[in-house]
Structure formats: structure tokens, C-alpha cells
Design a protein around this ligand. Structure first.
Ligand SMILES: Cc1cc2nc3c(=O)[nH]c(=O)nc-3n(C[C@H](O)[C@H](O)[C@H](O)COP(=O)(O)OP(=O)(O)OC[C@H]3O[C@@H](n4cnc5c(N)ncnc54)[C@H](O)[C@@H]3O)c2cc1C
Length: 442
């Protein structure tokens, strides 16, 4: 039996730990910088998507296996270096995700009224390091969400969803209070390409049209002339176009009487490339684009202004380097071959830091299993030279690192369920780091 360290207790790390322990019988320590496990399943997946969020329960079951230990509140790179980890364990798998945002690179982007979706998502999910955007919601009637993917859809939906529905989620109380006081009336979804290029999944897209008290507005001129041709056999695109076509049928009546003027609005602006944001004027300038014959989009030289008290940029997540490991600055991933980190023996990767921010939660399982198989082949027949489990804990304690174990997580879990019950909800997220640590330490 070998001892393996996993860095990051998101889906990729937990799936790797599960496979290492149940299939190969290795002991695994899963480290996370946060006091609690599950990564973006806790701090990314939308709080009103109850069934997807419940994947957390399945993931944490992995820690019930006595071969797998959770060591939360341990930042690799600060509390423990990558070199140390390599010398303490027979192998290390890095699964620390891609948590940074991407910039648009336009004038005015750096402004308090222009925020990345990565930060906004952290806030509404109760991430301990989140900024507070309550004030922004109290003063922003017109919000622009830039991006044509599912994260943009999540953000848009939550901005206009009824408070009654939001109150059934596990969002922290201060976040719910901010949504209660929100003055957001009109969300503009802006993207440089067309409806057939958007990476929405149909279920998420459709939900926008089902929101109570919300009208969806879409210009029919942005839809392709021929859906079948534009989707070229891609069923998701075909279904998305069908949904959007139905919305567009109400388009000519936007300014008339048939749409309820007291309703909130979600308005799509396809073929619109952001050029600059003027926070003082409260407007985003976009260049109108058009499809060229090779299916790419090109600028038309025509510009438009879209009103914006707040801009939320949802143009992707990005991985960050970790000292001691190679990093590809262009693709923002750790370079690897068959899950083995290039040039660093005994070191492996899985999840978003291996392949970039793509796919669904389940994609990380297949990915983690493939990396673990490479690792298991390399370790096969080798004598373990790792520190034993107690030695690792002793070093952490001697450094004053207050690590949270699985029992600690169970205490946090119980506390969040109890807090939710006080308010008639299944759970309420505790967002203060100190409080999570206090509860976790018991
Ligand atoms: C807003 C959003 C919504 C999403 N919604 C869905 C959805 O509805 N359905 C779906 O299937 N997928 C969804 N996804 C995708 C899904 O969450 C990801 O596929 C998945 O979480 C990626 O797993 P990961 O383990 O690679 O990374 P993460 O989940 O990011 O986990 C990485 C972990 O590493 C830890 N870490 C980082 N740095 C360090 C360090 N130096 N030391 C120790 N630990 C560290 C982090 O704290 C984190 O816990 C969503 C993603 C986002 C961003």
C-alpha cells in the first residue's frame, strides 16, 4: 500500500481519492485550502439547482472510507510547499481547479461597477473570501452580464428570481437580505457571437423563460435563417434555437402592451462585442458583429450603447500556477501527458487544472480515474517511502496549521443544517472562515 496526497477537495480530487482507495487500496490524504470540501460544487453550482448541489453528499461519502482522510484549511504553497509534499508521499495529484477570472481587456473594465462573475458567484454561494456585493444590488437597476455560457445564465437567473424562491436555497442570510433589497429590473446578456454559438445547455436556458414575473427579450434578426443548417446536427444547439425562437416571437411587442411592463426583463444582445465601459455614464459600448461566410464573426463598424449600472463579466475561469510546478501560461493549465505532470516524476493532475474549465461534474470522474490509473501503474510493485499519517499531522500541528478533518466537516454540516432548520430551510451556508474553523475544530 502506498500513501498519496491529493491537493484540492473538489470533484476531481474526491473522485481521484475514491478510485485510489477503493480500486487500488492506497491511503489518501486530501488537502484543501478551504475548511470545507467539495470545491465548486459548494462555491460554484447555483444554490437553486438543488439536485446538482446534492452531489456534495455523494462526494463526501468518500471520506467515510478509512483509507481516505480530509485535511481542510491547509493551503498547499503556503502552509506546505510542493517540494515537501513530494517528499512526504509516494505520489501527489494536483486537482486544485481554476478559480481566477479572465479579463476582457477593454477600457473601463477596472471599476467597482464592473465585476467578474467568479467573484459574484463566490458571494452568493457564501465563499469565505468573497467580497460583498449587497450595495451594488441596492443601486443597480440595469445590469449587464457579459458571456454566453451557463455561468452567465446562472448569474442572470439569480439576479431576477423571486425572493420567495431564493429563500428556499442555502444562500447565506446576508446574501438573501441583499437580494431582498435589490433594485435590479433589467438584465442584458451580451455576447460577441450568435445564438447558435452559445454554450448554454437547454435545461438552464429554458429556465429563464419560466421565471415568474420576468419577460425574455430576443431580437429575431439575431437568429439564423435556417436552424438545422446553423446547428449542423448538434442537438443541443438545435434545442436552444427552438427555445430562443419562441422567445423572439414576442420581440416586436417589447415596447408595446403585450409584455407586462411591471415585469423584470432579461434581454439578449447577440453579435455585440464589448468595447468600453463608462461607469459614470452608466453604459457599455458594443460593436455590432455579423457572421462571415466562414462562420466566424466580424465587426460591422456600427456601435451601440447598452445601459449599465453594473457589469458582470462571465467570460471564463482560469487556472493559476503553483510554485514548484510547471505551468502553461497560454492555456493556464499544468502541462501533463496521460495525467503525469511533464518533467516532475511522481506528480499527477486531474480536473480543471489539468484540462481547463470545461465539462460537467461527471467529466472530472473520468478524468481523475485516467490520471489515477497512470499513477497506479507507476507505483505498482514499489515499496512505500512515505511518512506515516500521524507524522504528517504532527508536522502540521507543529506549524500551527489548524487542519479540519472529516469529523470537523460533519460538525460544520450539522451546524449548517441546524441553521437552515431555524429558518425552515434544508440548510444555510456558513460563510465566515473563522466560524467554519471554530465549528470544524469542535
Ligand atoms: C459557477 C459555476 C457553476 C457550475 N455549475 C455546474 C452545474 O450546474 N453542473 C455541473 O455539472 N457542473 C457545474 N460546474 C462545473 C463544476 O463545478 C466543475 O466541473 C468542477 O467543480 C471542477 O472540479 P475540480 O475538482 O477540477 O475543481 P474545483 O471544484 O474548483 O476544486 C478545486 C479545489 O482545490 C482547492 N484549492 C485551490 N488551490 C489550493 C491550494 N493551493 N491548496 C489546497 N487546495 C487548493 C479549492 O479550494 C477547491 O476546493 C460549475 C462551475 C462553475 C464555476
Amino acid at each position: 500500500m502506498s500513501r498519496v496526497a491529493v491537493v484540492g477537495a473538489g470533484p476531481a480530487g474526491i473522485y481521484a481519492a475514491e478510485h485510489l482507495s477503493t480500486v487500488h487500496g492506497h491511503q489518501v490524504d486530501v488537502f484543501d485550502a478551504l475548511p470545507v470540501p467539495c470545491g465548486l460544487v459548494r462555491y460554484g453550482v447555483a444554490p437553486d439547482h438543488f439536485s446538482i448541489r446534492s452531489v456534495r453528499d455523494k462526494l463526501t461519502e468518500t471520506f467515510e472510507n478509512s483509507l481516505v482522510r480530509f485535511r481542510g484549511n491547509v493551503h498547499i504553497g503556503t502552509d506546505v510547499s510542493t517540494e515537501e509534499l513530494a517528499s512526504w508521499y509516494d505520489a501527489v495529484i494536483y486537482t486544485y481547479g481554476a478559480s481566477a477570472d479572465r479579463a476582457l481587456g477593454i477600457p473601463g473594465e477596472v471599476s467597482p461597477a464592473s465585476i467578474p462573475a467568479t467573484e459574484f458567484v463566490k458571494w452568493y454561494t457564501g465563499h469565505p473570501e468573497a467580497q460583498d456585493f449587497g450595495d451594488m444590488l441596492r443601486t443597480s437597476e440595469q445590469v449587464i452580464v457579459i458571456g454566453l455560457g451557463n455561468v452567465a445564465v446562472d448569474v442572470t437567473r439569480l439576479l431576477v428570481k423571486s425572493l420567495v424562491e431564493l429563500r428556499t436555497t442555502d444562500m447565506p442570510e446576508h446574501v438573501l437580505d441583499s437580494f431582498d433589497k435589490s433594485v435590479v429590473r433589467h438584465v442584458h446578456v451580451v455576447g460577441r457571437r450568435g445564438p447558435q454559438h452559445a454554450t448554454f445547455t437547454t435545461k438552464e436556458l429554458k429556465e429563464l423563460g419560466e421565471l415568474e414575473g420576468v419577460d425574455v427579450i430576443l431580437d429575431p434578426k439575431d437568429l439564423p435563417a435556417d436552424d438545422a443548417l446553423a446547428s449542423s446536427g448538434n442537438k443541443v444547439i438545435e434545442r436552444n434555437l427552438k427555445v430562443m425562437r419562441q422567445w423572439s416571437e414576442g420581440h416586436n411587442e417589447i415596447h408595446g402592451e403585450s409584455l407586462n411592463s411591471s415585469n423584470k426583463k432579461i434581454e439578449f444582445h447577440f453579435y455585440s462585442t464589448p468595447q468600453s465601459f463608462d461607469a459614470e455614464q452608466g453604459s457599455l459600448t458594443v460593436e455590432r458583429m455579423q457572421l462571415s461566410s466562414d462562420n466566424s464573426v466580424i465587426g460591422t463598424g456600427t456601435y451601440e450603447s447598452i445601459p449599465a449600472d453594473l457589469v458582470i463579466r462571465s467570460v471564463g475561469y482560469r487556472g493559476l500556477p503553483l510554485e514548484g510546478l510547471p505551468f502553461n501560461d497560454r492555456t493556464n493549465v499544468i502541462p501533463s501527458t496521460d495525467g503525469k505532470v511533464d518533467g516532475v516524476p511522481g506528480t499527477y493532475v486531474a480536473g480543471w487544472i489539468k484540462r481547463g474549465p470545461s465539462g460537467i461534474i461527471g467529466t472530472n470522474k473520468k478524468d481523475a480515474v485516467a490520471s489515477v490509473e497512470s499513477l497506479a501503474t507507476d507505483l505498482n510493485g514499489r515499496q512505500s517511502v512515505a511518512l506515516d499519517a500521524n507524522e504528517v499531522d504532527e508536522i502540521l500541528r507543529a506549524r500551527g496549521v489548524n487542519y479540519i478533518d472529516f469529523e470537523g466537516w460533519k460538525r460544520v454540516n450539522a451546524a449548517e443544517i441546524a441553521l437552515g432548520a431555524e429558518r425552515g430551510r434544508a440548510r444555510t451556508t456558513i460563510h465566515e472562515r473563522d466560524r467554519l474553523i471554530d465549528i470544524g475544530l469542535g
